[in-house]
Structures are given as structure tokens and as C-alpha cells.
Design a protein around this ligand. Structure first.
Ligand code: AR6
Length: 169
């Protein structure tokens, strides 16, 4: 099981082997953490995303899946893009959110990444309640069976940090 650490701040300032992006299926950028990663990481990330879209991801990256690109100018070797589910009170999409963490760690293992920084996937624009998102994130990382040594959750604000701290213990 990886060591789980928590940091409050901007994930684009982190040093890690891989930084996970809460992307959308287009892989062509957006707001929130996605916008911040592309801004600070520079155009090399978008260029590689476009190549993926022109290749085997012609229809985009499905929700719950993950794919790696260069990290461009970020202090990391790779960005792992994953697509969280939009929260729905009517439908339980927890498996898809868990899949984002599991698939990102699977890709990290393929790359040989030892340290991976995650944002709180789906808790912004996609409206997932923080406490539940934190529970799913921490449980999934603990049971993923990954070779990653350190999983660092990088939480943007105090509320998110508190929610994750309550789950990590
Ligand atoms: N560092 C760390 N966390 C951040 C940062 C940052 N620089 N910026 C925001 N967060 P969101 P989602 C937090 O909306 O809900 C995009 O437009 C934020 O406070 O970035 O998965 C994509 O293109 C929140 O807790 O991602 C998609 O269309 C968490 O990151 C859509 O938003 C996730 O918020 C994905 O929505």
C-alpha cells in the first residue's frame, strides 16, 4: 500500500513523478485544475493530447479511464489525465470515480512512477460532495495494489483538505 500524504495548495507547484489531471473526455483542456495544468505545463501537453485524439482516442477518453502524456514544463515526468464522473444524486456513479484512481495508478505502474499527486477528482465543476469523494479516493488508493510508493492528495482549499484528513486519519 502506498504512503498517503496530504498537501493543501496548487497541484501545478508540486514535484512528483506523475501529476494527475481531472480532465474531461475531450482531453483538450477546460477550467479548474485542468486549466491550471495546461497553463503552467505549457503547450507540449495539449499537443500530445491532440495526437492521442487523432490516434486511438478518436472518440475521447471515456469516464473512469486514464492516459499519460508529457508533463511539459511542470516539475514532473508525466501528467496522467483521467475523466471523473459528473455527480448525480439519482444514479450511483461511485464505481466510475473509484475507477479514476485505480486506472491512474495502473498507468502510473506501467510508467514506473513512484510518486503520484492527485487532485480531488470530480469535486469542482462535476459537483461531487467532498466527504464522499474523499472516502472513495482514500479507500481506492489503499486497496489498489499498486507499486506506487507515495500517493499525495493535493487539496486546493481548507475544506477539501479537512475532508481528506478525516479519511486518512
Ligand atoms: N490544484 C489543486 N486542486 C485544484 C486546482 C489546483 N490548481 N484547481 C482546482 N482544484 P475541477 P472536476 C480543485 O473543477 O470537478 C474542468 O473544466 C478544485 O477545488 O478542476 O473533476 C475539466 O476540463 C476541486 O476540489 O475538476 C472538466 O470539464 C478539484 O480540484 C471538469 O472541470 C476538482 O475540480 C472536471 O471537473
Amino acid at each position: 500500500m502506498p504512503t498517503i500524504t496530504l498537501v493543501q495548495g496548487d497541484i501545478t507547484r508540486e514535484h512528483a513523478d506523475a501529476i494527475v489531471n481531472a480532465a474531461n473526455s475531450s482531453l483538450l483542456g477546460g477550467g479548474g485544475v485542468d486549466g491550471a495544468i495546461h497553463r503552467r505545463g505549457g503547450p507540449a501537453i495539449l499537443a500530445e493530447c491532440r495526437r492521442l485524439r487523432a490516434g486511438h482516442l478518436g472518440k475521447g477518453l471515456p469516464t473512469g479511464r486514464a492516459v499519460a502524456t508529457t508533463a511539459g514544463d511542470l516539475d514532473a515526468r508525466w501528467v496522467i489525465h483521467t475523466v471523473g464522473p459528473v455527480y448525480s444524486a439519482a444514479e450511483d456513479r461511485s464505481d466510475l470515480l473509484a475507477s479514476c484512481y485505480r486506472e491512474s495508478l495502473r498507468v502510473a505502474d506501467e510508467l514506473g512512477a513512484r510518486t503520484v499527486a492527485f487532485p480531488a477528482i470530480s469535486t469542482g465543476v462535476y459537483r461531487w460532495p467532498l466527504d464522499d469523494a474523499a472516502r472513495i479516493a482514500v479507500e481506492t488508493v489503499k486497496t489498489a495494489g499498486t507499486s506506487v510508493a507515495e500517493v499525495r492528495f493535493v487539496l486546493f482549499d481548507d475544506r477539501a483538505h479537512q475532508a481528506f484528513a478525516a479519511r486518512v486519519g
